[in-house]
Write a protein that binds this ligand. Structure first.
Ligand SMILES: C[S@@+](CC[C@H](N)C(=O)[O-])C[C@H]1O[C@@H](n2cnc3c(N)ncnc32)[C@H](O)[C@@H]1O
Length: 636
């Protein structure tokens, strides 16, 4: 048993890979999580022109339909250490069956689903300044907190934010104490990093109606300073007091126009009697009337080491409006207060936001704007792997962040896709659109996770390569599985540092090996993945490894052994019997079937393969015809 404080539950050390036909869990290890291909179904709006061989290098936003465990594993190679902000809102395990997904799992199963996902999410975060926000309610909050402490590190907890989400008046609960709150557990990837210490503290903004209360006077002329006294105080040091000779203060009354008021913004003040501390002790030293200021250099606090001035009028201390408010882009005064861990965000129009009906668990765009606005900047990568109706992606897009959203349910097509399409075209004027003056722009790629590379032969029970994987997709899938990046070369198809990969469906002969070796630089190695091979092959063992597929690849545990295999409900937070989603019945909309896309990947020859692999694997970009099915490909 570990010596740390941690939560224990049955099968904690295993990874829940899915549920079988009987709804029984299929357990495996971290190594059994397959890295899959991403297959692009559609490019929406403006996306970067295709790069050969690398969907990810294009830096486009990605909407991915599929299980997030596989998706995160797939993203790991490309996005490890690159994501600035992850927000997830997993099913709260409420025990309810919602319209779009069911939400009632045995607690240990829920934890088993969360743990490997959190571990993968952690790997994706930027090492210095990455941040993770996990939205939850009281049901799993305590367990989740302990699990997050274990995975991300207790020392990295930044805040537990309580979000007031309901009003007691509207809550039809029988409970003794009405539950109106949800929580956001906020972690830094590394809370000890210098970035966090130097980051300006976030503010919350509230629009003032008219002029700011109490701030009704402005100093229009500070006059000329005249030194009247010098004092020495313990803890403060030297204090110099100046009188302002010839100063002018203007009172701004109700009749003053708002624009005049704003033009004095930097000099508007409220005055009050000092209530204690050193200032109260030395107040008698100031001139009894008129404007004066004290000058000193604080030894500690926010302004330590900086020459600081505090103004007094008739011995009353001045507080400046500019210290607690700003004039926004529309010329309105907005108050700013320090961000606290108690949040309330506007959600009156939530039902209409994004134009999607996602009852029960849609989150307000204002909430996402608050998180992304405070903790990310334009161009940062934002990820939500429980995308639901697409709120995080919609707001990230409007804030010009780059984003990845993963959703397993059919509402990836029926809700997220149309919602995000409306964001891109600018038709979506709900949520934070008006405030951000959102007019549309940008784009994203809509992808699905490719099928497993493996299948079980019904007759023999043997594990084989999924017949859908041939040529380009086979190469890409094997490279993904074996952690090679696709290389823009029809012979040396994959690359990991000094090691190349070549994948072939043809029989590996001595002539074939020799030809391949002739292409590999002397200082580099080669892994050859083949289905059949001659028994006697000669090659330098220190540089070349021959691997048989599928035998030498990591076959998922549900395909091993004698069972009939097959994951019925892949890693979804729902029991298999209830997978059918009513949303699909209402709006049946089939994406281009994956099988057809993969069949299209039969290529004409090596050149064709090299030039087109990206298109064949990921599908054509918008407006481009689909590639035609052709004959065999490969390096020979
Ligand atoms: C609470 S909802 C998220 C709501 C979202 N924040 C919004 O504003 O619309 C949780 C979502 O996670 C999805 N989900 C559950 N298990 C998943 C999995 N294994 N992979 C991807 N998405 C999953 C559910 O289908 C559901 O849409």
């Amino acid at each position: 048993m570990s010596k740390r404080l941690e939560l224990c539950w049955p099968n904690k050390d295993k990874v829940l890979l899915g549920l079988d036909a009987h709804g029984e869990p299929i357990w495996g290890t971290k190594d059994d999580i397959e890295s899959r291909l991403l297959v692009q179904l559609e490019a929406v709006g403006q996306v970067n022109p295709d790069y050969p061989n690398d969907l990810y290098a294009q830096g486009d936003n990605l909407l991915i339909k599929g299980d997030n465990l596989l998706a995160l594993k797939t993203l790991e190679r490309h996005f490890a250490g690159k994501i600035k902000c992850i927000y997830i809102d997993p099913p709260f395990n409420t025990g309810n069956a919602f319209e779009h997904y069911d939400d009632g799992l045995e607690h240990t199963i829920w934890l088993s689903l969360m743990k490997p996902r959190l571990e993968l999410l952690k790997k994706l975060l930027r090492p210095d300044d990455g941040m993770l926000f996990v939205h939850i309610d009281h049901r799993e909050m305590a367990h989740l907190k302990v699990l997050l402490d274990e995975v991300i590190g207790r020392q990295n907890l930044l805040a537990i934010i309580t979000v007031k989400v309901k009003d007691p008046a509207g809550v039809g609960q029988q409970s003794l104490v009405f539950d109106v709150c949800e929580y956001i557990l906020c972690y830094a990837r590394d809370a000890s990093s210098p970035w966090l210490k130097s980051m300006p503290r976030p503010f919350e903004y509230r629009a003032e109606v008219g002029t700011a209360k109490g701030y009704t006077k402005a100093i229009v002329d500070f006059g000329k300073p005249k030194l009247v006294r010098e004092l020495e105080r313990q803890n403060i040091g030297e204090i110099r007091i100046f009188q302002c000779v010839g100063y002018k203060v203007e009172k701004l009354g109700k009749t003053t126009g708002y624009n005049d008021y704003i033009s004095h913004f930097d000099r508007l003040f409220a005055d009050y009697n000092p209530s204690g501390g050193t200032i109260l002790q030395i107040r008698d030293q100031f001139p009894a009337s008129g404007l004066c200021y004290m000058e000193y250099v604080p030894t500690k606090g926010r302004d330590a080491g900086k020459l600081t001035r505090v103004y007094f009028l008739n011995r009353r201390i001045l507080a400046w409006l500019k210290d607690i408010a700003e004039v926004d882009q529309d010329g309105q005064i907005v108050r700013k207060t320090k961000m606290t861990n108690l949040w309330e965000v506007a959600n009156a129009q939530l039902f209409a936001e994004g134009g999607v009906d996602f009852t029960q668990s849609k989150k307000p765009e204002a909430l996402m704007e608050k998180i992304l606005g405070a903790f990310t900047s334009e161009g940062d990568w934002v990820l939500d792997s429980f995308l639901g109706s697409g709120t995080t992606a919609a707001v990230a897009h409007k804030l010009k962040r780059r984003w990845i959203g993963v959703e397993i349910g059919p509402h990836a097509d029926s809700l997220c896709l149309p919602r995000l399409r409306r964001v891109v075209t600018g038709k979506d004027q709900t949520g934070v659109s008006k405030e951000l003056k959102w007019k549309g722009g940008g784009g994203f790629r809509y992808c699905v996770l490719g099928e497993s590379l493996f299948a079980k032969d019904d007759d023999t029970g043997l594990v084989m390569i999924n017949p859908e994987y041939k040529n380009g997709p086979l190469v890409a899938a094997v490279c993904a599985m074996e952690d090679f990046a696709l290389n823009d070369d029809s012979v040396l198809q994959g690359r990991r540092g000094n090691l190349f990969a070549h994948v072939t469906e043809e029989k590996l002969t001595q002539a074939y090996v020799d030809e391949l070796l002739g292409r590999v630089p002397e200082t580099c190695g080669l892994n050859i993945y083949c289905m059949k091979r001659d028994r006697q092959l000669e090659f330098p063992k220190d540089r070349v490894r021959v691997r048989r597929i599928p035998k030498d690849l990591r076959v998922p545990p549900y395909l091993r052994g004698n069972g009939n295999g097959g994951v019925q409900s892949q890693l979804r937070f729902v029991p298999p019997s209830q997978e059918e989603d009513p949303a699909m019945k209402r709006k049946p909309k089939d994406p281009r079937p994956l099988i057809r896309l993969l069949r299209n990947a039969r290529l004409k020859g090596p050149k064709d393969w090299a030039a087109n692999i990206d298109r064949y694997i990921y599908g054509p970009t918008a407006g481009e015809p689909e590639p035609e099915p052709t004959g065999k490909g490969g390096p020979k």
